[in-house]
Design a protein around this ligand. Structure first.
Ligand SMILES: [Mg+2]
Length: 169
């Protein structure tokens, strides 16, 4: 059990930003669904603003045929609802990651198998652990926030050490 948990902390992919993800390569590898964290993965925390490169990347994912879902731990459902509507991507807030509720919701809506999904997020102990435990592929991104507070930096570095990864740049 402990070994399985430790294995779930290690992402299958790691990138500096979502727009660096090669969607065509993922599609060719048989991946069909994306479960997207929102805060510090697509946007700054609690911000409705999407960088143009992120927006383009999401449009490309949808055009290729990926089924996309926003699964966020954000406390404000209206914040996620605004983004969800704007992007035409189904989404839920208060998902309680690493618990399975949000991941299971996306899998049930899509009809895809766990191994056809990649869960993308900035946090090892919520996004990566929760998805890995269910057998989804996982992708860790560096947080969107350019300069983290000291406390947040310590948290990120702690999580990366748990996962056996190099520290954040
Ligand atoms: Mg996040």
């Amino acid at each position: 059990m402990l070994l399985k948990l430790l294995g779930c902390l290690q992402p299958d992919f790691e990138v500096d930003a979502v727009e660096q993800i090669d969607l065509q390569a993922w599609w060719q590898a048989g991946l069909r669904g994306l479960i997207l964290d929102v805060d510090d993965t697509l946007t700054l925390k609690n911000s409705p603003r999407l960088a143009p490169a992120v927006q383009d990347w999401l449009l490309q994912a949808q055009a290729i045929g990926f089924q996309c879902f926003l699964v966020s731990n954000n406390r404000y459902p209206e914040h996620i609802a605004v983004l969800s509507e704007r992007l035409a991507i189904p989404g839920i807030a208060q998902a309680g990651k690493p618990r399975s509720r949000g991941f299971v919701w996306a899998m049930q809506k899509s009809g895809l198998a766990p191994e056809q999904f990649v869960a993308i997020g900035d946090r090892v102990l919520t996004d990566i652990l929760g998805a890995g435990f269910l057998g989804l592929k996982t992708c860790l991104v560096a947080p969107v926030t350019p300069k983290l507070s000291a406390a947040k930096q310590i948290l990120y570095n702690f999580e990366k050490r748990l996962a056996g990864l190099p520290k954040n740049r």
